[in-house]
Design a protein around this ligand. Structure first.
Ligand code: FAD
Length: 399
């Protein structure tokens, strides 16, 4: 048996022994473990699974062991993920530290920054939020105005960020600030990492139409941030920021597969729509739409797997993240629109448990959530602009 086959067998047996059976299916939003100083677990199994994975470095299997990972190389990591997927094991923790800021600290951080931040992310001790968007800078992110004035050994930060997801629950923020107001706009930006408990930081939740409050507007009033909090170089934060967005878009392209969807179009059609004696749907338009969705989903999954394989063998190209983000989130949106057509009035439930089943209520909320995924991390229009410029090489479009 080759070394990799032996490795696969070891991972398979470890997962078999250690992953609780109740966690071998996709998690809903509420069932996910977000980590942080105030970490919460939805149940005892989730806590046990998290602790077992932390001990082995399996929350970040490809990070070096000295930073809290398992130290797996690319092929071992691919096998680990395949074995996790094989039994549909849930991620032990999910958060921006693991998906986005951790990988860029690994790439751009000093040794001191790596040792300070990465083990805490790997152990789920610190929850991060992302301070990019501002009231006047979303798609045109480089137009951001939050200022950081150089005071020798520290900066003084003033301004505000908006749509900062879960800023009120986060322990740390990675934040884009303007350090040189006279430079061309992308050249005067710096990437800072600082504690949300710093004096002068305030996160005010924004209530949404759904009643949820996961967005905040985050204010900075004379916040003192030490110079050692700069990731990368002063005024070169745009490079780091773009790298974070690549990781974000990569992660978002996969949301349709990793977040639990209680109803899928085919199952919903069998439950709500008339069928003939052979069990075929009578509505041929819906039948065709379901077939189109399933074929699209299958081709998306295999193309994504090909990308993973390319990365495993060192031939990956991060531009593909934009394509997958666009295609994955747009298809997720179309899937929910199809579910609404299939379910009719049963997809109109809000919080009425007397007349709607739990999975019917969650479809309504997930349909709205799917629309937001085509905006977060850069809107679909912006992804298309970037694909046109960077992938297709078309002239005259913004990046
Ligand atoms: C669920 C969710 C979570 C988010 N979390 C965070 C977070 O944690 N941290 C954070 O910093 N931000 C976060 N955001 C904000 C997100 O990054 C912005 O909403 C997004 O970048 C768009 O910016 P905007 O809302 O200002 O829209 P605008 O930039 O004002 O865009 C409005 C419309 O104009 C279109 N448009 C703009 N410019 C162009 C162009 N050049 N070509 C074609 N069309 C264009 C856009 O596509 C969009 O349809 C989140 C957003 C969502 C929905």
């Amino acid at each position: 048996m080759s070394d990799l086959e032996t490795f696969r067998q070891e991972i398979r047996s470890w997962l078999e022994e250690n992953c609780p059976h109740s966690l071998r299916n996709p998690a809903s939003q509420e069932e996910q473990v977000w980590g942080g100083r105030n970490i919460e677990f939805p149940n005892d199994d989730a806590k046990l699974w998290f602790e077992r994975c932390v001990e082995k470095g399996y929350c970040v299997p490809d990070w070096p062991a000295e930073y809290g990972g398992a130290g797996f190389d690319a092929e071992q990591t691919a096998i680990f993920k395949e074995e996790m997927n094989r039994i549909k094991a849930r991620a032990p923790q999910v958060n921006l530290g693991i998906w986005m800021v951790g990988p860029v600290i690994l790439e751009f951080g000093t040794e001191e920054q790596k040792l300070e931040h990465l083990p805490k992310i790997a152990r789920g001790e610190i929850r991060w939020c992302q301070g990019y968007s501002e009231p006047g800078a979303g798609s045109d992110l480089a137009g951001l105005q939050t200022r950081a004035e150089d005071k020798g050994d520290h900066f003084i930060v003033n301004g505000s960020k908006i749509w900062t997801s879960y800023a009120d629950q986060a322990d740390y923020i990675y934040c884009l600030v303007r350090t040189d107001p006279d430079a061309p706009k992308r050249d005067g930006i710096t990437f800072l990492l600082f504690d949300m408990a710093s004096e002068g930081v305030e996160a005010k939740p924004i209530e949404l139409i759904t009643g949820e409050r996961h967005f905040c507007q985050t204010f900075f009033d004379n916040v003192e941030v030490p110079k050692k909090a700069v990731l990368g170089e002063i005024n070169k934060g745009w490079t780091v920021a773009k790298r974070v967005l690549e990781f974000e878009r990569n992660m978002m392209s996969d949301l349709g597969s990793t977040v639990a969807s209680t109803l899928e179009p085919r199952g919903a059609a069998q439950r709500y729509l008339a069928q003939n004696e052979n069990g075929e749907l009578k509505d041929s338009v819906i039948r065709e739409a379901i077939a189109r969705h399933e074929v699209y989903k299958k081709s998306f999954d295999v193309t994504q797997q090909r990308m993973v394989d390319e990365f495993t063998h060192g031939a990956g190209n991060m531009n593909t993240a934009m394509i997958f983000k666009y295609c994955g989130t747009e298809e997720e949106k179309r899937k929910y629109e199809l579910l609404l057509k299939i379910m009719g009035e049963k997809a109109l439930g809000w919080n009425d448990n007397d007349h709607f089943a739990d999975d019917e209520l969650s479809v309504t909320l997930d349909w709205m959530g799917a629309k937001t995924h085509t905006i977060a991390g850069g809107t679909s229009e912006i992804q298309l602009n970037i694909i046109a410029k960077r992938v297709l090489g078309l002239p005259g479009v913004m990046s």
